[in-house]
Design a protein around this ligand. Structure first.
Ligand SMILES: Nc1ncnc2c1ncn2[C@@H]1O[C@H](COP(=O)(O)OP(=O)(O)OP(=O)(O)O)[C@@H](O)[C@H]1O
Ligand SMILES: [Mg+2]
Length: 229
């Protein structure tokens, strides 16, 4: 296993061009995500949380600065290598679940395994095994829209775990859920952290930061505070 932080950002800037005006969404962010920690990112709307998460997860490239994944500078990787990194090492969870509604629940969880060439029978077994950790068997052959929001988000977490990633990046995963389900999802992330996963969760919900090991506060594209709990 590689030494040091699993993700490291060094003077990361993200500047969006809006018409002819440059808009800096991230202004020199330097931070580390420790292997096996549960890190929460908070901050007002527009402070740059999603931008930061997307840059961490190689969904987007910084305008300036460097992102390292296990000491590898991502700017040196081709888009194929970045896609492989995203598929094998990182799991993503979004506020709107982003499940495919024409597929069944189990097929959604199998999807990321197809790119790795895992044979159908094995895919199905593994998908069911992961799903059964979070959901009752009765939902496995339903379609996502037949499930509650809390259930859909648990399917999305199962899908994020399909290829056994090291890091899970979650952007306001509880934003569309009631308080009960929000806590349920945060507890799942804490359990995954206890099993050795690294979790980075963006949230507006201060109560949920209780589950985290550290809280990074963003303001106007800069980290203004990191609280260790
Ligand atoms: N593609 C884009 N083009 C131009 N500006 C953008 C783009 N994406 C984000 N921004 C701007 O960058 C800033 C940071 O956006 P970001 O989505 O990271 O904020 P956020 O903290 O996630 O907000 P929220 O809590 O509302 O999700 C915002 O002012 C936003 O308008
Ligand atoms: Mg956002």
């Amino acid at each position: 296993m590689a030494e040091g932080p699993i993700v490291k950002l060094s003077d990361v800037w993200k500047v969006y061009l809006v018409g002819k005006v440059e808009y800096p969404a991230l202004k020199g962010v330097s931070m580390e995500v420790e292997r096996g920690e549960f890190l929460c990112i908070t901050g007002a709307s527009g402070s740059g949380k999603s931008t930061l998460l997307n840059v961490m997860g190689a969904l987007d490239r910084p305008t300036k600065g460097e992102v390292f994944f296990e000491n590898i500078p991502l700017s040196r990787l081709s888009s194929d290598k970045l896609a492989e990194l995203r598929n094998r090492r990182i799991g993503f969870v979004f506020q709107t679940f982003n499940l495919l509604n024409h597929l069944t629940v189990v097929e959604n969880v199998e999807l990321p395994m197809i790119a790795l060439g895992i044979p159908p029978k094995k895919r199905r077994e593994r998908a069911i095994e992961i799903l059964s950790k979070f959901l009752s068997h009765t939902v496995i052959y339903k379609r996502p829209l037949e499930l509650s929001g809390g259930e859909q988000q648990r399917v999305a977490i199962a899908r994020a775990l399909a290829n056994d990633p090291d890091v899970i990046l979650a952007d306001e995963p509880t934003g569309n859920l009631d308080s009960y389900n929000a806590h349920l999802i945060a507890k799942i992330f804490k359990e995954l952290r206890d099993e050795g996963k690294t979790i980075v969760m963006v949230t507006h919900n201060i109560e949920l930061t209780d589950y985290a090991d550290r809280i990074a506060k963003l303001r106007d594209g800069q980290i203004v505070e990191i609280i260790k709990r």
